[in-house]
Design a protein around this ligand. Sequence first.
Ligand code: GDP
Ligand code: MG
Length: 160
Amino acid sequence: RAGQRAPLDVVCEISYVMVKPDGVQRGLVGEIIGRFERKGFKLKALQMRKCTREIAEEHYKDLKEKPFFKDLVDYILSGPVVAMVWEGNGVVASARKLIGATNPLNAEPGTIRGDLAIQTGRNVVHGSDSPDNGERETGLWFQGDATVEWSQTIQPWLTE
Ligand code: GDP
Ligand code: MG
């Protein structure tokens, strides 16, 4: 029926979100996590880690031919990152809106990059650009078991 959703709308969309090394060093981890948490998405995984060159290169493999690729990988390797998986209907596109444009000077005020960053090469956060990449990146950073199944008891206050 048009305009009506099933009462138990099955959620299957996830986004891989990561506070990059500059966000960690600048003490923005809580600020960034808080924006996703307050929005109402469900946190499925969270880990602070130093990543390997292999994972960083695989994560950004679509950009391998770009002139900034080596600098980008070095940036991601320059310190610990905070890796997260967030779940919810529409989470991928919504996370991209919360994060803002790639170049922080073009990012709207109110977005993470618009409020907290000034340069593309130090734009503090990553978010998957498609549901398929949400799955791919989650599999890459959280291999095997690491996402948590839990029911969010406030769910009826977030979605009808
Ligand atoms: P995103 O999806 O908004 O993060 O942007 P992209 O997928 O296009 O690029 C991935 C990341 O590469 C960006 O977030 C930046 O950290 C970096 N990046 C993209 N374009 C440039 C660039 O022109 N110069 C530099 N130094 N880094 C870039
Ligand atoms: Mg991207």
